[in-house]
Design a protein around this ligand. Structure first.
Ligand code: HEC
Length: 144
């Protein structure tokens, strides 16, 4: 179970280290920055889960708060179509907007609902798994 949660989280983090060099469209840049920052928060929780960082419930819950706040911006950041050769966003986003918007609010609501629920190290893996599932649900359809 724990292994599965890690695997999902790793898939979600995937290309988190991608550089934004060469992105010219500022709207594309803005949405990438928000995604990157969501990824950074996941990494904070992930490194605690892996034992690379000391467990700190306050820090983990703060990361969830940040993920919820950033996810709340996904819809407005993507709503009007913007393209850039460096973008990994698929055109299906704007064709299936209702579905995309729904996946964005699912991520937000899931993160929001988890704030304050991390009280022990054992809570990290399941939290990453559940949250990672919401990232993957969108990335698998709408990200190259
Ligand atoms: C509703 C859809 C959706 C959800 C939910 C979502 N993402 Fe994304 N994400 C995207 C899209 C689309 C892109 C590609 C954006 C682009 O390149 O223009 C992306 C890109 C990224 C990137 C790469 C950013 C970069 O540096 O270019 C990271 C990292 C990322 N997402 C992390 C996450 C994590 C972690 C979660 C879950 C906590 C998540 N995303 C949830 C749609 C989503």
């Amino acid at each position: 179970m724990k292994k599965t949660a890690f695997a999902v989280a790793l898939i979600a983090l995937g290309t988190a280290a991608l550089a934004h060099g060469g992105v010219k469209n500022k709207d594309v840049m803005a949405r990438m920055e928000v995604m990157k920052s969501i990824g950074d928060q996941m990494k904070i929780i992930g490194s605690m889960a892996k034992g690379e960082a000391d467990f700190d419930a306050g820090v983990a819950n703060a990361a969830l708060t940040e993920i919820a706040a950033q996810s709340a911006q996904i819809q407005s950041l993507f709503e009007s179509r913007a393209d850039d050769p460096k973008s990994e966003a698929l055109p299906a986003i704007w064709k299936d907007w209702t579905d995309f918007a729904h996946l964005a609010s699912t991520a937000e609501i899931t993160a929001e609902g988890m704030i304050g629920t991390i009280s022990a190290e054992a809570d990290l893996g399941p939290a990453l798994g559940t949250l990672g599932g919401t990232c993957k649900a969108c990335h698998s359809k709408y990200r190259k």
